[in-house]
Design a protein around this ligand. Structure first.
Ligand SMILES: [Cu+2]
Length: 223
């Protein structure tokens, strides 16, 4: 009986793991003159449409540092419920904030060597800015799936161990919005459009406002 149970357990485990597939593809850009999308800041994720056995999302701890008046990394993708630490590694004070509801926040002024944290309880794109320095910006991209990644410098990406099912593949870039494709993951492979092109030609550069919704007193590039 015991032997049988062990065998049955092994069979169930192998049934779950053997059929999971690696999903890989690429992201390319359709640009107009002067546009230089940051290819490796493209976010790729799979939203399950019809799939069983998708692992629960596990919130994590992430870091976006203020360093040399920049937020690094510029784009971070996190599962729902994750916490992002925002250490200030500069000698000057910063005031990070977001008006992206319902994930909006205001960390107030804080000095070198101190860290403020924020937990992200809602899905979506969270634009993070500094109320002092208009050039500082970051995006916290909150997803509700365990299957997410960023593209590499060539636009290639891979998400490992995806259980069979139907998924909506999303590719997003800050200056092009998102492109989607429905894909099918099965034990015999992945079917669907895995190489996506993001059209950035309609994107216009705009200067965001400060936390009060007013223009910055310092112009971009001035401090
Ligand atoms: Cu600042």
């Amino acid at each position: 009986m015991r032997k049988f149970l062990v065998l049955a357990t092994l069979l169930v485990f192998s049934a779950l793991s053997v059929h999971a597939a690696d999903v890989a593809g690429s992201v390319a850009f359709l640009t107009k003159r002067g546009q230089k999308p940051r290819i490796d800041d493209s976010v790729i994720w799979l939203d399950p449409v019809k799939a069983s056995g998708v692992p629960k999302i596990v919130p994590g701890a992430y870091t976006v540092a203020s360093r040399s008046k920049a937020l690094l990394p510029h784009i971070v993708v996190v599962p729902l419920g994750s916490t992002v630490a925002f250490p200030n590694e500069d000698t000057i004070t910063h005031n990070l904030f977001s008006v992206s509801k319902p994930n909006d926040f205001d960390l107030g002024f804080y000095k070198r060597g101190t860290t403020m944290t924020k937990k992200f309880d809602y899905a979506g794109i969270v634009n993070v800015y500094c109320n002092v320095h208009p050039d500082m910006s970051a995006v916290v991209h909150v997803v509700t799936t365990p299957y997410f990644t960023k593209a590499d410098g060539q636009g290639a990406w891979k998400i490992a161990g995806v259980v069979p099912g139907t998924y909506r593949l999303n590719a997003w870039n800050e200056i092009g919005g998102s492109v989607i494709a429905d894909i099918e993951v099965s034990q015999s492979g992945v079917v669907g459009q895995l190489n996506l092109t993001i059209d950035t030609r309609k994107h216009k550069r705009t200067q965001h406002l400060n936390k009060e919704g007013k223009p910055y007193k310092t112009r971009t590039g001035e401090y």
